[in-house]
Design a protein around this ligand. Structure first.
Ligand code: ADP
Length: 345
C-alpha cells in the first residue's frame, strides 16, 4: 500500500471516511474526528471535547503503515447486529445491556457500585456467538469496532505485534466510543507466557488497567476465549466481568435452526422440528448453521437439477458430517471455570 503522508493524513482519509461536517470554527482536520465513524448506524451523541483533546495528544511514534493496516484490516465495517439476532443468552444480554451499554449511552444514570465496567471476557466453546455478541454490543453503542485476533497478532503480524496493539488503542481513543475486540485473547495472556508473548501480555494488561480506571476513555475491551483455563488468574481478573457463553438451550436451538432453514425455503413439520431440536443438544450455534448448510447443499435434485426445499431426510444425512466439537467433559470444564471465576448474572 502507498504510505500516507502523515499519521494525521491516514486517520483523516481512512479512519473517518465520512462527509465534510458543516460546523463552525474548529480546524478542519479536527472536525473530521468529531463525526461518526460509520454512516450505517444511528449513533448516539457523545461530547466532542474529549475527542478533540485525544486527537491533539496523538503520540508521535505511530507508524503510518501500521495505521493503514489497522484501518483496513482491524477496523470492522460489518452490518449492524441487534440483540434479537442472538438466540438465547437472555440473562447475559440483559446484564451487559444494563451494566455496560446503558451507562455509556447515558452517563450519570448508572446506579451500580463503582465505575461501570469497561472490560469483559466472553468464554465458551468456539461458535457459541461470542463474536456476534461483541458486534451487537458495538452496534448498540454506535461505536467503532476494532477486531484483532490474538493468534494472528502472534503469528502473521508477530514482528509488528506491539506496534499494532499500540496503534489499535490509539485509533480506538481517537474514534470513541470504540470497542476493541480481541478474539483468542488467551494467546496473549498465557499463564506461562514465553519471551515472545510476555511484553505483549504486559502491554495488554496495562491497557486493560487504563481503560478500567480512566474516566475519560469511552473505550470498551472485549476479550473472547475458548480456553479460559490457559490464562493466569491475574490476567483474567483484569476483566471486570466474565461471562460464560454456553451452547444454546433448546429454545435458542429452535430459533437458530428456524432462521437458518428459512433461508433455504425449508419448512419442517412441528414434529420434525422438535426432533431436530432434541437431537442437537450441545451443538453450538455455528454447528447448527453448518448442519443446515450441509443439508441444503444436498438438495439439488430432480431431472432438471432444480433446487428443492431442504427436507428432514437431508438434515438427517447431514448429521454424519456435522457433529458437536466440544465433548460433555469439555463443557463440564467450562461450567467449573464459570463457577470459580464467572460473573453471576
Ligand atoms: P464464537 O465467536 O463464539 O466462536 P461466532 O460469534 O463467530 O462464535 O458465531 C459464528 C456464527 O454462528 C454466527 O455468525 C452465527 O451465524 C452463529 N451463531 C452462534 N451462536 C449464535 C446465537 N446464539 N444466535 C444466533 N446465531 C448464532
Amino acid at each position: 500500500p502507498v504510505p500516507h503522508r502523515s499519521v494525521e493524513d491516514a486517520l483523516v482519509t481512512r479512519a473517518c471516511p465520512v462527509p465534510e461536517p458543516v460546523a463552525g470554527a474548529a480546524p478542519r482536520r479536527l472536525l473530521h474526528h468529531l463525526v461518526p465513524s460509520s454512516q450505517t448506524r444511528p449513533l448516539p451523541q457523545h461530547p466532542p471535547t474529549l475527542q478533540l483533546r485525544l486527537v491533539e495528544e496523538q503520540p508521535k511514534n505511530i507508524d503510518p503503515l501500521v495505521l493503514d493496516l489497522v484501518n483496513t484490516k482491524i477496523v470492522e465495517r460489518g452490518p449492524p447486529v441487534q440483540w434479537t439476532d442472538i438466540a438465547g443468552q437472555v440473562s447475559v444480554k440483559a446484564t451487559i445491556e444494563e451494566e455496560l451499554v446503558w451507562p455509556i449511552l447515558r452517563p450519570g444514570a448508572y446506579t451500580g457500585a463503582g465505575r461501570p465496567p469497561r472490560t469483559i471476557l466472553l468464554f465458551g466453546p468456539r461458535g457459541t456467538g461470542k463474536t456476534l455478541l461483541s458486534r451487537c454490543i458495538s452496534t448498540q453503542l454506535g461505536s467503532t469496532l476494532l477486531k484483532l485476533s490474538g493468534t494472528t497478532l502472534l503469528s502473521t503480524w508477530k514482528a509488528e505485534a506491539e506496534k499494532i496493539l499500540q496503534t489499535v488503542f490509539f485509533v480506538a481513543s481517537c474514534r470513541q466510543p470504540a470497542v476493541v475486540l480481541i478474539t483468542e485473547a488467551e494467546s496473549m495472556l498465557l499463564a506461562r507466557a514465553g519471551e515472545d508473548v510476555s511484553s505483549l501480555k504486559s502491554q495488554l494488561l496495562s491497557y486493560l488497567d487504563n481503560i478500567s480506571t480512566s474516566s475519560e476513555q469511552n473505550v470498551v475491551i472485549i476479550g473472547t476465549t475458548s480456553r479460559p483455563g490457559s490464562m493466569d488468574e491475574a490476567s483474567h481478573r483484569r476483566f471486570a466481568k466474565r461471562f460464560y457463553i454456553s451452547p444454546p438451550d433448546s429454545i435458542a436451538r429452535r430459533q437458530i435452526l428456524h432462521h437458518a432453514l428459512a433461508q433455504q425455503s425449508c419448512c419442517l413439520s412441528e414434529r420434525e422440528m422438535s426432533s431436530l431440536v432434541q437431537h442437537t443438544e450441545s451443538f453450538t450455534g455455528s454447528e447448527l448453521v453448518q448442519l443446515c448448510q450441509h443439508a441444503g447443499a444436498t438438495t439439488l435434485h430432480g431431472l432438471q437439477g432444480q433446487l428443492q426445499p431442504t427436507s428432514y431426510q437431508d438434515l438427517e444425512k447431514a448429521f454424519c458430517k456435522v457433529r458437536p466439537a466440544a465433548s460433555q467433559k469439555e463443557l463440564d470444564l467450562f461450567l467449573e471455570w464459570d463457577k470459580l471465576y464467572g460473573t453471576r448474572h
